[in-house]
Design a protein around this ligand. Structure first.
Ligand code: ZN
Length: 163
């Protein structure tokens, strides 16, 4: 039985994500490994690509460019919104991030940049847009996905998604 990472496998990884400036953005250190379904876009495309074909015990250093990570920064994604678009009791001040929905009802993260009277400037770029992503990954386990996981497009179970 081949036990290398391919589409349709549930993969358990320990990972650390660092930006070029050394900031650690995310890490599974001290936690259970992350389970994800390979080939289902659970993780950024550049990392998924570089993990394909790897096996248990492998340590992978993956450098992912913005185009295969969270995208380039888009100045058009900085928009002015009326204060009234936010709930009255919301904390609307610079630096606050909040979740909104785009036209297709997909969740979108917004960061408030500036508040000027009734006008709120919001940056809808992903906070990691424009950054190279430096992943250090170790492969802990690989198994076949169940048909239900395939159907749902994500991993279930102890470290995966609960319903
Ligand atoms: Zn599910």
């Amino acid at each position: 039985m081949s036990n290398t990472i391919a589409d349709g496998k549930v993969v358990s990884i320990h990972y650390k994500l660092t930006l070029d400036n050394g900031t650690v953005v995310d890490s599974s250190e001290g936690q259970d490994p992350l389970d994800y379904l390979h080939g289902a876009q659970n993780i950024v495309p550049g990392l998924e690509k570089q993990l394909t074909g790897k096996t248990i015990g492998d340590a992978v250093q993956a450098k992912v460019a913005p185009s295969e990570g969270y995208g380039e920064r888009d100045e058009q994604a900085i928009q002015e919104v009326e204060r009234g678009a936010f709930p009255a009791d919301a904390d609307v001040s610079p630096g606050i991030t909040f979740q909104a929905l785009d036209e297709d009802q997909n969740p979108l993260l917004g960061t408030i940049v500036k508040v000027d009277g009734n006008s709120v400037t919001v940056d809808f770029n992903h906070p990691l847009a424009g950054h190279n992503l430096n992943f250090e990954v170790t492969i802990e386990a690989i198994r076949d996905a169940t048909s239900q996981e395939q159907e749902h497009g994500h991993a279930h179970g102890a470290h995966g998604h609960d319903h």
